[in-house]
Design a protein around this ligand. Structure first.
Ligand SMILES: Nc1ncnc2c1ncn2[C@@H]1O[C@H](COP(=O)(O)OP(=O)(O)OP(=O)(O)O)[C@@H](O)[C@H]1O
Ligand SMILES: [Mg+2]
Length: 367
């Protein structure tokens, strides 16, 4: 085991505790993608590992030693742990090759010749063999980030930490940096990568940590987390789900209001007009059936309005619709007339009704 974190907690101030209780083990050769919503402590976690931040409590073992114990050699640790930042952090006044040679000469005591030979080799592997004598500002963002990766590799670290290495880049340059990282991963370098590039994470990592609620909320093999996560929040994040909620306390539903709210949501999330139209047809048809039943006195006194939830997955290009209401058992999918049933089947193939205690629910997926 290369890294182990136990009951890690980071409290910046009494109200700001991004990491409450984080536990993990990382083996040599692991490529771990760290994903999760903004503000869930992903950067904080990396900064605790490389000890740019001090944990409030808990322990971190790295390469057999407790990095949180007093007297631990932090400088020695930083030689073995490379870090690649979003903003490259190259030394502006040094040429690219000097940037790469600096650590090995100053910190590892290598001769300039040896450091130079290594730097030339590393710059070749990141596709910058002809840019060694440039200074950073003469390079594009993608080239600077590749140089920063070469610089980190020059220390021959036991693990490389990346904090959103492509998020400051022009989209045209993301691919070249990901290619370099992909090659590193294949060569067996242990890597921890905080990233929002989901398809890259899925392809390159063997493990995924989904961070939420103050720790690693769900972790697993990347094939499992990206396909069949166990927990609901992970699923919503992976599928990039956007949630629409709407409720009314009456049976006489303001369809124009509902339509206008849903259309705004659809517009903001770039839901296709065809899907938007079908969702509205489904909602209106089902709610109309239930309202009719309520008017006719069939729902009993328990009825107190509707709760509509629509979850849009950008990745799947589908909307999961759920309508809930209280009252007597009533299945609006079978109670309507022939036309209504055909319409519902047409817009939503898997619509279903169920009931638990005195709650009715219709669910379905619109594509
Ligand atoms: N140095 C700091 N001092 C005080 N609060 C901080 C500090 N660094 C981070 N935080 C707070 O800790 C929380 C977690 O921040 P962090 O940067 O680790 O999140 P993140 O998961 O990396 O988010 P993002 O995806 O936006 O980069 C946030 O609420 C942030 O405001
Ligand atoms: Mg961050």
């Amino acid at each position: 085991m290369l890294i182990k974190a136990e009951h890690l907690r980071k409290e910046y101030s009494p109200g700001i505790v991004p990491i409450k209780d984080l536990n993990c083990e990382i083996e040599k050769g692991d490529v771990v993608s760290i994903i999760g919503p903004s503000g869930t402590g992903k950067s904080t976690f990396l900064n605790l590992l490389n000890r740019l931040e001090t944990p409030t409590s808990g322990r971190i073992w790295f390469d057999g030693e407790d990095t949180t114990s007093s007297g631990y050699d932090l400088c020695g640790m930083r030689k073995k742990m490379g870090m690649v930042f979003q903003s490259f952090n190259l030394f502006d006044h040094l040429t690219i090759i000097e940037n790469v040679m600096l650590g090995p000469v100053k910190l590892l005591g290598k001769s300039r010749q040896e450091a130079y030979d290594d730097a030339v080799r590393l710059l070749t592997t990141v596709g910058l063999s002809d840019r060694g004598l440039s200074i950073p500002r003469e390079l594009s963002g993608g080239q600077q980030q590749r140089a920063a990766i070469a610089r980190a590799m020059a220390m021959n670290p036991k693990v490389l930490l990346f904090d959103e290495p492509t998020s400051a880049l022009d989209p045209t340059m993301v691919g070249e940096v990901l290619t370099v990282m992909r090659n590193l991963a294949k060569s067996g370098v242990t890597m921890l990568i905080v990233t929002h590039e989901m398809s890259f994470a899925r392809e390159v990592s063997n493990r995924v940590f989904y961070m939420d609620e103050g720790g690693i909320y769900e972790e697993g093999a990347s094939s499992v987390i990206f396909k069949n996560p166990v927990k609901e929040k992970t699923r919503q994040f992976i599928k990039n789900v956007k949630v629409f909620k709407w409720s009314t306390a009456e049976s006489g539903v303001d369809f124009i209001g509902l339509r206008s709210k849903f259309e705004t949501f659809a517009f903001q999330n770039m839901i296709l007009p065809d899907i938007t139209r079908k969702v509205m047809m489904l909602l209106e048809e089902i709610i109309a059936q239930i309202s009719r039943e309520e008017r006719d006195g069939g729902l009993s006194a328990g009825f107190d309005g509707f709760l509509v939830t629509a979850e849009y997955s950008d990745r799947e290009r589908e909307v999961r619709v759920e309508i809930k209401w209280n009252g007597a058992a009533f299945d609006p999918l079978t109670c309507g007339d022939e036309y209504s049933r055909i319409l519902i089947r047409h817009v939503c193939k898997d619509a279903s009704w169920d009931r638990t205690e005195d709650k009715n629910r219709v669910q379905g997926t619109v594509r």
